[in-house]
Design a protein around this ligand. Structure first.
Ligand code: 5GP
Length: 187
């Protein structure tokens, strides 16, 4: 078998700024890439099919499950999300580091399947800041915001199960910490 990249399993409550943090990490470290998940949720403004997610109908997603095409999948706040198997295998063979951005249950399943992977939890600086960020996005209904907040709080309680925790208070500091973790495992 050829070399395999480091698998970084990253979870963060939605709204804690992980997308910005990871986008900056990818910009600074070309050896790092991410696996694009499939989802049945509607695209947010600015999201591009194939780049941010593979957006699918529920029917197609269920077909993918039946074809055993996903490493893992979950239903999160009413939508399906899953990691395509083929894509992950190809990326691990080709790149030094592959990031999976997935929620906590999926992360636990991936960690069990790939014990050599490194799990990283991105923590918001505080619950109040998390709520502010979730609201400022302005894309979700009040009900969805409440659901996401409740899920986020229960997710934050699971941070201790991860190999590493990065607090996303100052962006540059958080990016540096994240890249240091990757470099530690990839060298
Ligand atoms: P969002 O709707 O905010 O983009 O994502 C909601 C949650 O689903 C986030 O915690 C995100 O990390 C998670 N998620 C995205 N893709 C996957 C996936 O392939 N598998 C699992 N288990 N969770 C995912």
């Amino acid at each position: 078998m050829g070399k395999q990249g480091v698998l970084l399993v990253v979870s963060a409550p939605s709204g804690c700024g992980k997308d910005t943090l990871l986008a900056e990490a990818f910009r600074q470290e070309p050896r790092l890439t991410r696996s694009v998940s499939a989802t049945t949720r509607a695209p947010r403004e600015g999201e591009v099919n194939g780049r941010d997610y593979i957006f699918m109908t529920e029917r197609d997603f269920k077909l993918l499950i039946e074809l055993n095409g996903l490493v893992e999948y979950t239903n999160y706040v009413g939508s399906f999300y899953g990691t395509p198997k083929a894509e992950l295998g190809n990326l691990l063979a080709a790149k030094d580091g592959v990031v999976l951005k997935i929620e906590t249950e999926g992360a636990a399943r991936v960690k069990a399947m790939f014990p050599e992977s490194v799990s990283v939890f991105i923590m918001p600086p505080s619950e109040a800041e998390l709520e502010r960020r979730l609201r400022s996005r302005g894309t979700d209904t009040e009900e969805k915001i409440k659901q996401r907040l409740a899920v986020a709080k229960s997710e934050m309680a699971l941070a201790e199960n991860y190999d590493r925790v990065v607090v996303n208070d100052d962006l540059d500091t958080a990016v540096n910490e994240f890249l240091a973790i990757f470099r530690e495992y990839s060298s």
